[in-house]
Design a protein around this ligand. Sequence first.
Ligand SMILES: NC(=O)c1ccc[n+]([C@@H]2O[C@H](COP(=O)([O-])OP(=O)(O)OC[C@H]3O[C@@H](n4cnc5c(N)ncnc54)[C@H](O)[C@@H]3O)[C@@H](O)[C@H]2O)c1
Length: 259
Amino acid sequence: MRMKDKIGIVTAAGSGMGRAGAIRFAAEGASVAVVDLNKEAVDAVVKEITDAGGKAIGLSGDLTSDAFARDIVRQTVKAFGGLDFVWNHVGTPGPASIEGLDWKDYDFAMNLNVRTVLVTTEEALPELRARGGGAILFTASTSGIQGSQFSPVYNIAKFGIVGLVKGLAKRYAREKIRVNAVCPGPVDTPMLRVFVARPDSQMPAGETPETLVQKRGGQVPFGRPARPEEIANAALFLLSDEASYVTGVALPVDGGATA
Ligand SMILES: NC(=O)c1ccc[n+]([C@@H]2O[C@H](COP(=O)([O-])OP(=O)(O)OC[C@H]3O[C@@H](n4cnc5c(N)ncnc54)[C@H](O)[C@@H]3O)[C@@H](O)[C@H]2O)c1
């Protein structure tokens, strides 16, 4: 058991990589708070974990609310008695061009990609400190380490997350709080379907979301998108004690896209 007796939070855990991570961490012995906007999805993930003998609570709400982004920490500590790790996974692709940009879309993308994870992290730090250390993982993207011609706001946000990770890693190293980012390339989740179907993203016209996802995956050296579990494996490593000397890293899990 690689996460025996750890207590943690996974945001955007109702689907995709977050769901895969929550289920995996619980199978490895962690008590997990499953956080997502979609209550039905939260309930289903919690049921899957508890049916398998694991420990989980479900917290459904909108993480663009500062109150909810903080409350998930309080609720987790109340339910399980502490906090050892947080996977700040929630995020959104944002607009595909700055020309004709609707600033409401900009604000929404910056809120969900940056502000909310900062709020949760601020609330989590004293709890991690109280346990004598811990681990925080952010989901950036390959768009946090290289340019993406169709994701200007996402680039700003995810480069920002990588910068934040490096700063926080140095700031909290002496308190044994490790801070890292995972940087996925295309991953076969509902979000990738949204990403490739955005107006202006210049994917071929007349395709279904399914064929667009395969085409987008075909652009990376592995020739396919990642499965959510492949990102969850990297998250497991970075959040577990196996990564005890790893902090400030933005780890690409991208099928060679940034090689
Ligand atoms: N899928 C990809 O190709 C890809 C690649 C790189 C990075 N990412 C990053 O991964 C993260 C999400 O990834 P995914 O592909 O696993 O997503 P997904 O589409 O499978 O799931 C996203 C989940 O987020 C939840 N959510 C959306 N808005 C929310 C809010 N305001 N409050 C709480 N929950 C909310 C949704 O209900 C959904 O369950 C984002 O940070 C994204 O930028 C995705």
